[in-house]
Design a binder for this molecule. Structure first.
Ligand SMILES: Nc1ncnc2c1ncn2[C@@H]1O[C@H](COP(=O)(O)OP(=O)(O)OP(=O)(O)O)[C@@H](O)[C@H]1O
Ligand SMILES: [Mg+2]
Length: 451
C-alpha cells in the first residue's frame, strides 16, 4: 500500500477525553499546536517513506528493463547460432568449390591474360564470404577450435600480405616482432581472424590515413600489474595500434558487446570485437583497449606462454615444404562439385587420387584397390549411410598406418568434443583453399607419427 494512502485514511485524533481537556483546561491552543506538530512530523515521515518507495520502484523497473534487454540479446544469439550452424555446412561447401575452381583458373592463366584478374577477384570475394561465415560460426561457438603450439611471429608473417590488402594506400603499416618470442597455444586461423578484425577497425578509424603498427612482445604480468580478467604470468602480447579517431568513454563501455557498432547500416555488424573476445578467451588470453579521442587506439592481446615445443604441423608450414607428392590418397566426399574440385587440386600436385561418395563406398573402393597402399584418406565427417568416423575406424583395423584428415563445414560434429578436437585427430575446416588442402596433406604425409 502507498504510504500516502495510509496517511490520508489515518483517523483524526478526536477522542472525548481530548475534547474535554481542550474546553476544560483552557490550554486548548497549546494542545492544538502539539497535535499539529505531531501530525506534521507524521506527514513528513510518510512523505520520506513514499520517496524511498518510489526510488525502489524505479530501481526495480530499471532492473526489469535490463533483464529484458539481456533476454532479447540472448535470444538474438540463439537465433544467430542456429542460423549460422544451419547454413554453414552447405554454404561452406559452395564456397570451397568457388574458391577452388577460381584458384585453378587463375593459376592456369598467363600473367598477361585479362581473365586472370577476374578469376583473382572472384577468389578475393569468396575469401571475404568465407571470412563472414567463419565470424558467425566462431561467434555462435559452432566453429571447431584447433589449438596448436605456435610462434605468433610466423602467423603474423603469413598474414602480412593479406592484411596489407585490407588497408588503403594512405595507411602505413609496420610490423615489429620481438625476436625470441615465447610460444603460445592457439588456433592460427583464429588469430588471423582476430588480426583481420582489428586491422579493419583501425582502417575504418583512419579515413584520412595514418599509421598502423602490429607488434609482438614477451610480457610478464605480475600480481600488481595484471588487468582485471587476466591471469598473472608469462605472456605473449600481440598489439594493434592506430593513429585514428580514438573512442569516447561511452563507445569504450560497449565495445565488446555483440551488435554494438557506430558504423552506418551495412558497414558494420558489431560482431568484430565480440568475436575477437570470444577467440581470445578460448585461448585463455585477455584483450584490453587503450584509446584517446583524436589520438588513436591500441588493442593489446595477452596469450599465456606455454613450454611445449612447436607443433609438427606448425613447423612444417614454417619451413614451406614442397606441396607435391606421388602418394596414393583417397578422397571421400558426398558433395560432387567439391569432390571433383579437391580431386583436381590433388591430381595437379602429382598425387594418385581414389574417390568415394560415402563411408560404405570408401570401404568398398579401399578393398578393391590394388597397387601402392593408400597413405591418407581425406573425408567429410557427416555423410549418408556411414559417417566419416565409422569409416575411418574400420579402415584403420585393416591398415593401421593409414592417416585420416577430416574435413567439415559444419562443426557441431561428432568428432568435435565441446568445440575442441580430440588430440591426434587432424581436421581441415571448409571452405579450404587448394593451398590449404595441399599444405595439410603434405604436412600429414611427412609427419612420422600416424594420427
Ligand atoms: N580502432 C578503433 N578506433 C576507433 N573506434 C573503434 C576501433 N575499433 C573499434 N571501434 C569502435 O567499436 C565499434 C565496435 O567494433 P566492432 O569491430 O565490434 O564492430 P564494427 O567494426 O562496427 O562492425 P564489424 O566488425 O562487425 O564489421 C565500432 O563500430 C567502432 O565504433
Ligand atoms: Mg569491426
Amino acid at each position: 500500500m502507498d504510504p500516502k494512502d495510509s496517511l490520508i485514511t489515518e483517523p483524526e485524533p478526536s477522542s472525548p477525553s481530548e475534547d474535554l481537556a481542550q474546553t476544560v483546561a483552557g490550554d486548548a491552543g497549546i494542545k492544538k499546536d502539539a497535535n499539529e506538530s505531531g501530525r506534521n512530523t507524521r506527514i513528513e515521515q510518510a512523505e520520506a517513506r513514499t520517496e524511498q518507495a518510489e526510488i525502489r520502484i524505479e530501481q526495480a523497473e530499471a532492473r526489469t528493463e535490463q533483464a529484458e534487454t539481456q533476454l532479447i540479446e540472448a535470444q538474438k544469439m540463439e537465433v544467430l547460432g542456429m542460423l549460422a550452424g544451419g547454413v554453414a555446412h552447405d554454404f561452406n561447401n559452395i564456397l570451397a568449390v568457388i574458391m577452388g575452381y577460381s584458384n585453378l583458373i587463375a593459376s592456369d592463366l598467363a600473367p598477361d591474360n585479362p581473365h586472370k584478374k577476374y578469376a583473382e577477384e572472384i577468389q578475393h570475394a569468396t575469401e571475404r564470404a568465407a571470412g563472414l561465415t567463419r565470424q558467425l560460426l566462431v561467434f555462435s561457438r559452432k566453429q571447431t577450435v584447433q589449438p596448436v603450439v605456435l610462434d605468433i611471429n610466423d602467423v603474423v608473417k603469413d598474414l602480412d600480405q593479406m592484411l596489407r590488402r585490407l588497408i588503403d594506400e594512405n595507411i602505413e603499416m609496420t610490423i615489429i616482432s620481438e625476436k625470441q618470442i615465447g610460444r603460445i597455444k592457439a588456433d592460427p586461423g583464429f588469430i588471423g581472424q582476430v588480426l583481420m578484425n582489428l586491422v579493419i577497425n583501425a582502417r575504418d578509424a583512419m579515413h584520412n590515413g595514418g599509421k598502423l603498427t602490429i607488434s609482438t612482445k614477451n610480457v610478464t604480468l605480475d600480481e600488481s600489474h595484471t588487468p582485471t580478467g587476466a591471469i598473472p604470468g608469462d605472456h605473449v602480447m600481440l598489439s594493434v595500434c592506430d593513429t585514428g579517431t580514438g573512442m569516447t568513454d561511452e563507445v569504450k563501455a560497449h565495445l565488446f558487446e555483440a551488435f554494438f557498432t557506430t558504423k552506418p547500416r551495412g558497414k558494420g555488424t558489431g560482431l568484430g570485437l565480440a568475436t575477437c573476445q570470444t577467440i581470445v578467451h578460448q585461448s585463455g588470453g585477455y584483450i584490453g583497449v587503450y584509446s584517446e579521442v583524436g589520438k588513436g587506439t591500441t588493442f593489446k592481446i595477452y596469450f599465456p606462454q606455454v613450454e611445449q615445443p612447436l607443433d609438427v604441423a606448425a613447423r612444417l608450414i614454417k619451413s614451406e615444404p614442397l606441396l607435391r607428392g606421388t602418394e596414393t590418397l583417397m578422397l571421400v566426399e558426398d558433395e560432387p562439385s567439391l569432390r571433383y574440385m579437391a580431386c583436381a587440386v590433388l591430381e595437379l600436385r602429382g598425387y594418385k587420387v581414389l574417390t568415394a561418395t560415402n563411408g560404405q563406398d570408401a570401404l568398398h573402393v579401399a578393398s578393391k584397390h590394388k597397387g601402392p597402399p593408400i597413405r591418407l584418406v581425406i573425408t567429410d565427417v557427416i555423410m549418408p549411410l556411414m559417417s566419416g568416423k565409422v569409416m575411418a575406424e574400420s579402415l584403420k583395423t585393416t591398415n593401421p598406418d593409414i592417416k585420416i584428415l577430416f574435413t567439415s563445414g559444419y562443426t557441431d560434429d561428432i568428432i568435435a568434443n565441446h568445440g575442441v578436437l580430440d588430440a591426434g585427430v587432424e581436421f581441415l575446416s571448409k571452405p579450404y583453399t587448394p593451398s590449404m588442402l595441399a599444405h595439410k596433406v603434405r604436412a600429414m604425409l611427412d609427419c612420422a607419427v600416424s594420427s
